[in-house]
Design a protein around this ligand. Structure first.
Ligand SMILES: [Fe+2]
Ligand SMILES: [Fe+2]
Length: 182
């Protein structure tokens, strides 16, 4: 089952088929599948993060009558940097993953797939305003800037909230046992 965070829809089937057909070739690509090997935010892999951004980009672009195909495709490819940025920093002495990975992703994407000017702009500038000089040229680029940050936030917050609530449940059970003994 292929689904975006917060959505119960199987993206490879039925209702979501409009979305699936736009990205089927990318989803079947071994290069895109490599993103499953790297954790991005919390316990979310790079692949799942890109799928989340791709699906919500598609939905938002479609809602505003923008280019939903570019939204779906650029979303799925926007973080194709293909390394573990948590350890890469230490190994390479790189401190600037946030500033450099969008260009690395676009370079990798161009080696493997055809991308339009619009899709290239969306991938290269998705970190705006962190990369303040990479000004979005299209409205779809503004969409990916916002959707990427929204998905990153949800992916980071949800696992922490789950851990916190299970800790509260465990502490509650422990205090419950202690007060029952008294
Ligand atoms: Fe990114
Ligand atoms: Fe991202």
């Amino acid at each position: 089952m292929l689904n975006a965070i917060g959505s119960g829809i199987d993206l490879s089937d039925g209702e979501a088929s409009d979305y699936y057909y736009l990205v089927a070739d990318l989803l079947e690509s071994e290069t895109v599948k490599q993103m499953q090997d790297y954790i991005h935010h919390g316990d979310t892999t790079c692949f799942q993060h890109c799928l989340n951004v791709s699906y919500y980009n598609y939905k938002v672009c479609r809602f505003f009558s923008l280019n939903a195909r570019a939204g779906a495709r650029a979303g799925l490819l926007h973080d194709l940097f293909l390394y573990d940025w948590h350890t890469y920093k230490r190994k390479k002495g790189e401190r600037l993953h946030g500033f450099t990975h969008a260009k690395t992703a676009l370079k990798n994407v161009r080696e493997h797939f055809y991308v339009s000017d619009l899709e290239s702009d969306m991938i290269e500038k998705h970190m705006f305003p962190l990369n303040i000089t990479a000004l979005p040229k299209y409205r779809e680029t503004l969409v990916i800037v916002l959707v990427d940050k929204y998905c990153g936030l949800i992916e980071t917050v949800i696992p922490r909230a789950k851990k916190l609530s299970s800790l509260i449940v465990k502490l509650g059970a422990r205090f419950g046992k202690a007060s029952a003994k008294e």
